[in-house]
Design a protein around this ligand. Structure first.
Ligand SMILES: [Zn+2]
Length: 320
């Protein structure tokens, strides 16, 4: 965790300077027209009380902007130093953090903390198009599915009368997660409805290049993968076989176990429609784990970088 006494966690000007340094390492760019010519961008200072802090004027398009325009923080009433702190808390927390913890730690209402946490997850969501394939020649990729929402994973809360709530939110419907992990590299997870062979194969073909060595369990879903990949090895879990030389799926199972522990301890009320956001959060941290020499601060700055350009994608979660 970064040093929490840093001014950016307590002071809005310091927080803004931090965000500007991350977003605009070479000086402000106009998010409306793309103008980056520093001669034609000016800081709007103190002429009117009504001016927002950190306001810039772009002479090219005659528009004004601040560092949060076009990010998940745009139009938020929450002080910037609280946003910066929240980004750092989510980036550094090994098992995730609930909106309730955030609410207590940064002093915003529970509802605001909930919206912030979802926006931070949105920022952590990987852009699959720009992050490229998982695997390649000489790479080993483990693929596996797991289920969230089984009775043993997520107990439905019980009403005062002792009957389980029938609310859909706490339903015991299983949701399938399918994940790909490159050994020594990145993970990419998907929520798949139904988990048919075709869906799983489509995800594999779209994300894992054919020259990869693919390791899975003996599930029928992967039966003809040896025709599609340079190599396909399986372990027979049903026969008690988990490791055969370097053939195993332990890497992906460890990823699942961190996620499930996080979901059980922290995110007990994860509605179905948000599962992909939680997965994105855990994938984000795994892909920047400390074993890859990435510090908590670098991880937080990456999340802040991810907040840019995500303005439109989270609108369905409401406002804070
Ligand atoms: Zn402009």
């Amino acid at each position: 965790m970064a040093n929490l006494s840093h001014p950016m966690f307590h002071n809005d000007d310091a927080a803004r300077a931090h965000l500007e340094a991350i977003r605009w390492p070479h000086g402000p760019n106009c998010p409306h027209c793309g103008n980056a010519d520093q001669e034609t961008i000016a800081k709007v200072e103190g002429r009117k009380k009504s001016h927002r802090d950190g306001l810039y004027y772009c002479n090219a398009c005659k528009g004004t902007f601040t560092v949060t325009v076009g990010t998940v923080m745009e139009r938020s009433k929450v002080a910037l130093h609280k946003w910066v702190l929240a980004f750092h808390l989510y980036a550094a927390s090994k098992k995730g953090m609930s909106a309730h913890q955030l609410h207590r730690m940064i002093g915003v209402t529970y509802k605001t903390a909930w919206f912030m946490s979802h926006r931070i997850r949105e920022a952590m969501m990987e852009d699959v198009d720009s992050s490229g394939p998982i695997g390649g020649e000489t790479d080993i990729v483990e693929a596996d599915e797991t289920y969230i929402g089984k009775a043993e994973d997520q107990k439905a809360p019980v009403s005062r009368q002792g009957r389980p709530y029938k609310s859909k939110k706490f339903g015991t419907r299983k949701q399938t997660i399918f994940s790909l992990v490159k050994r020594g590299g990145s993970v990419r997870s998907f929520v798949v409805k139904g988990a048919t062979t075709k869906q799983i194969q489509d995800i594999l073909f779209r994300n894992v290049p054919r020259d990869t060595a693919l390791y899975t369990d003996e599930s029928r879903i992967y039966h003809d993968m040896r025709w599609h990949y340079a190599e396909h090895q399986t372990v027979k879990h049903s026969a008690g076989e988990y490791v055969r030389g370097n053939v195993h799926t332990n890497t992906i199972e460890n990823v699942f176990s961190v996620f499930k522990r996080g979901m059980r301890g922290v995110y007990q009320h994860c509605a179905e429609k948000h599962l992909h956001r939680y997965l994105a959060e855990f994938d984000f941290r795994y892909n920047r784990r400390s074993a890859l020499e990435i510090s908590d601060s670098q991880r937080a700055n990456d999340a802040i970088r991810g907040a840019i350009g995500k303005r439109l994608m989270y609108q369905q979660t409401g406002t804070a």
